[in-house]
Design a binder for this molecule. Structure first.
Ligand SMILES: Cc1cc2nc3c(=O)[nH]c(=O)nc-3n(C[C@H](O)[C@H](O)[C@H](O)COP(=O)(O)OP(=O)(O)OC[C@H]3O[C@@H](n4cnc5c(N)ncnc54)[C@H](O)[C@@H]3O)c2cc1C
Length: 359
């Protein structure tokens, strides 16, 4: 996927191109701040995610100083105001200056209008419905989503139809390098790719889209980024702990949710098992410790549950494209949307601030 820069085509290479995987290892992986977003492995053929640990490793035993992994990693450096300027424009950036919720054109309380999505959706099924609308309208020709195996282990999928999109519905609370799905979508030849993921994954993909670098990585094929709110994510061991604690085979779990200070485990008989968040603190991913982004501020559209009543999703339309999709999805009856009230916004602001303080 990476084509070396033609000699002479670029007058001056930015200095970050002199940094390679050993620098990434020193500055991110060994410091245990890798969020396992998957961006490095998605855009550099020489990196894969090791299944044992899991963490990024070199495919072969040699380093490279092409700079891709270091430049695209959301944990090396994050020139936020520069990225915002390029994504949203300088005017929008100035207008939102100082708002912890980031730049947005509208914030809504949203629920799907599709019964089958409401049934499977984590909250209001907004994410799945917005993707379905974007797919139907040809804004995207596929969406990289996160489904799971029978035991709730996340699995990435390149969804190309309404039915495939529904397989992603519902939240999986363990870390997974979902951005590698973008590589899969590119290898399958898609030219208009949508992606749903966590704030760190959106940051990685925005770095890919905005970095000045001499490689052709297919960034123009990434057309829509939907970001999920995220206070923290957990290591895979959480799933074993839940199995033990609740005494339930994970195949029988219908849904996981975090509400207030509890992880709720819904079983197929409708019983809800609550585990205090304090009890699962040991499984919080170390890589989340440096993240200050609760609401996926760099996404086209951000979606969470906080701020909305049960069964509804909170949706920020951030970019012009994001706003068009939300408005179009209302018009074509994929979703219904109400303006978010100040009280809801206040609650989201408080949580955003608490994430920043905590880390
Ligand atoms: C780890 C994690 C932590 C979260 N923390 C918060 C929080 O603190 N506060 C809050 O308000 N909301 C949080 N959310 C978001 C919330 O759980 C819902 O995902 C969101 O409200 C969208 O609901 P929906 O019904 O619109 O989505 P649905 O229509 O059900 O679609 C869900 C989408 O999420 C994607 N997805 C699911 N799991 C993952 C994953 N692990 N990685 C990447 N993509 C995934 C799927 O691909 C799917 O497209 C979190 C989500 C995750 C994955």
């Amino acid at each position: 996927m990476i084509r070396e820069a033609e000699k002479g085509k670029y007058v001056k290479l930015p200095t970050f191109l002199e940094q390679g995987f050993s620098d990434l290892k020193r500055d991110v992986i060994d410091k245990r701040i890798c969020s396992l977003c998957g961006t490095c492995a998605a855009f550099c053929d020489k990196i894969k995610i090791s299944e044992n640990e899991p963490r990024p490793v070199l495919v072969e035993e040699y380093d490279t100083i092409c700079g891709i992994c270091y430049a695209f990693c959301p944990r090396t450096f994050l020139p936020l105001s520069e990225i915002e300027k390029r994504i949203f424009g300088e005017e929008e950036r100035k207008r939102a200056d100082g708002d912890v919720l980031g730049i947005y054109r509208g914030c809504y309380v949203v629920r799907s209008k599709k019964e089958d999505i409401i049934k499977r959706g984590q909250d209001g099924g907004a994410v799945t419905s917005l993707l379905a609308y974007a797919l139907e309208e040809g804004i995207i020709d596929c969406a990289v989503i996160t489904t799971s195996d029978n035991h709730w282990k996340p699995v990435t999928k390149v969804a190309k139809s309404y039915d495939e999109l529904k397989e992603g519905a519902g939240t999986k609370y363990t870390i997974y390098p979902g951005v590698v799905g973008v590589k899969e979508a590119m290898e399958e030849g898609y030219a208009n790719i949508g992606f749903v993921g966590l704030p760190c994954q959106i940051q990685g993909l925005r770095k890919v889209q905005t970095a000045e670098q001499p490689y052709e990585v297919g960034k123009e094929r990434i057309k829509l980024l939907i970001g999920l709110f995220c206070m923290e994510n957990f290591t895979e061991e959480l799933l074993d702990f839940v199995k033990e604690k609740v005494g339930l085979d994970l195949e029988r779990v219908k849904k996981f949710d975090i509400k207030g200070k509890e992880l709720l485990v819904y079983d197929e008989e409708g019983k809800v098992h609550a585990i205090a968040l304090d009890e699962i603190k040991a499984y919080e991913s170390e890589g989340c410790s440096v993240c200050m982004d609760y609401t996926a501020e760099l996404a086209d559209i951000s979606v969470g549950s906080v701020g909305s009543e049960d069964g509804w999703s909170t949706v920020f339309a951030r970019t012009e494209r994001g706003e068009e999709i939300v408005e179009g999805a209302v018009e074509k009856r994929y979703i219904e949307a109400k303006e978010m009230e100040e009280k809801g916004l206040g609650l989201i602001r408080r949580l955003e601030e608490s994430k920043r303080k905590r880390f």
